[in-house]
Design a protein around this ligand. Structure first.
Ligand SMILES: *Cc1c(COP(=O)(O)O)cnc(C)c1O
Length: 211
């Protein structure tokens, strides 16, 4: 499948003007498609599955910044800790503790985002407001919490989508260390940007529909 070159260039230049990070979500996409975007200058890629990420990392240029955006089980953290750029989906204190331990073992500092569960989101993952503030009370030597991530409800109701993003933005505003706000995908990234997103995760608009 050919990448969507025109769409990519347009989105990239729009986002650059606004200093918003574009993460190209490459789950299920081939090494070859990823390389095509790489040749066009893309360096941030997002993957959802540990094994797939490990394989792709092995075969692709080492200056790619890999974002982990799927659900991460503590016992699998070890496999990606040595090279991952940003783990966006931390949803428990237990996972943070495990990440800190693994990061310490390989002598690095790992950046992560806390995943927040938004209003009526389908997925069962993510912290609610109370859990979020509890997690934030902990400080770790080898893990830095740099911001928040959220998935909007899959809906055509733009009012609702906007409400969810603005809820996440208000949470970010209360946390001085939360510089990154990861929200927005192919279907809703424009609304996310209007509501204050600093990082969007876009797959199908760049790669075409997933297999
Ligand atoms: C797949 C995925 C995306 C990208 O979705 P598109 O609709 O293809 O843009 C973004 N974020 C997460 C967490 C995903 O799993």
């Amino acid at each position: 499948m050919a990448i969507q070159k025109e769409a990519f260039l347009k989105i990239k230049s729009e986002l650059e003007k606004k200093h918003i990070t574009l993460v190209a979500v490459s789950k299920t996409q081939s090494i070859d498609s990823i390389l095509q975007l790489y040749e066009l200058g893309q360096r941030d890629f997002g993957e959802n599955y540990v094994q797939e990420l490990v394989e792709k990392h092995k075969h692709l240029p080492s200056d790619i910044r890999w974002h982990f955006i799927g659900h991460l089980q503590s016992n699998k953290a070890k496999k990606i800790i040595s090279f991952v750029h940003l783990i966006q989906t931390v949803d428990s204190l237990k996972l943070l503790q495990q990440l800190n331990k693994e990061a310490k073992n390989c002598n690095r500092n790992v950046n992560c985002l806390l995943q927040v569960r938004m209003a009526q989101e389908e997925t069962k993952f993510g912290l609610n407001e109370v859990e979020l503030s509890n997690v934030l009370e902990n400080k770790f030597e080898n893990v830095s919490v740099c911001g928040l991530m959220g998935l909007g409800t899959l809906t055509n109701d733009v009012v609702k989508t906007r409400e969810e993003f603005s809820f996440l933005k208000r949470l970010q505003d209360k946390i001085p260390t939360a510089k990154i706000l990861s929200m927005g995908m192919s279907s809703d990234f424009k609304i996310a940007i209007e509501e204050g997103s600093t990082l969007v995760r876009i797959g199908s608009l760049l790669f075409g529909e997933r297999n």
